[in-house]
Design a binder for this molecule. Structure first.
Ligand SMILES: [Ca+2]
Ligand SMILES: [Ca+2]
Length: 193
């Protein structure tokens, strides 16, 4: 695990670990993984470093099962990294499949506090993956438009313009732009203590 992360094994010796597996990572080549060969007999914790929460911050992460489907619960601790410190459940994800899904949770309730986030997995079938865990807030970037001098249309007709071709803002790789939505979200990572 990267520095600052904590794991708790339920005692069978198989627990969360940082594996090299580009084909199963959501980003890059490494991903957090835990597995078990005895279905319904595993309960392991993956705990983030302590994070200072600012107003507007969210937790965002990606997860998928290795095979079949798995469940994942997410808890918050405002005290320490012991299992008993994670008294507040913020997410209860059921029947996660083998396609990565992004989940997020608004952490405003913890603004001004330092917290730990705990991912708790009880084995259903085999294993689960978690990647790209982030706490922070997206920036809203208003793209610049380079519009023509005029649009021509006939009186009495309606005018519909797709502005997409006129967007000249850079850094589009991390943004989503759909339909009439002209604001873009870019993740701004924050320094962790
Ligand atoms: Ca275990
Ligand atoms: Ca990764």
């Amino acid at each position: 695990m990267p520095a600052g992360w904590t794991i708790h094994d339920d005692g069978d010796g198989m627990t969360w670990r940082n594996i090299y597996d580009p084909s199963h990572a959501h980003s890059g080549s490494r991903v957090a993984f835990v597995d078990n060969y005895l279905p319904n007999q595993n309960a392991d914790w993956l705990i983030t470093p302590q994070v200072n929460v600012n107003a507007g911050d969210s937790l965002v992460f990606w997860t998928r099962s290795w095979i079949s489907s798995e469940n994942l619960k997410v808890f918050v601790s405002t005290t320490g990294t012991a299992i008993g410190n994670f008294s507040t459940q913020i997410l209860n994800l059921q029947e996660l499949g083998t396609t990565y899904q992004q989940f997020s949770h608004n952490l405003s309730a913890y603004a001004g506090q330092s917290i730990y986030i705990g991912f708790f997995w009880e084995c259903e079938e085999y294993g689960i993956l978690v990647d790209d865990v982030r706490v922070g807030q997206p920036l809203v970037i208003t793209p610049e438009l380079n519009l023509p001098e005029s649009f021509t249309f006939n009186q009495g007709e309606s005018l519909e313009v797709d502005f997409t071709p006129f967007i000249v803002a850079t850094e589009l790789s991390n943004t989503s732009l759909s339909g009439s939505q002209l604001s873009m979200w870019r993740w701004q990572p924050r320094d962790r203590r």
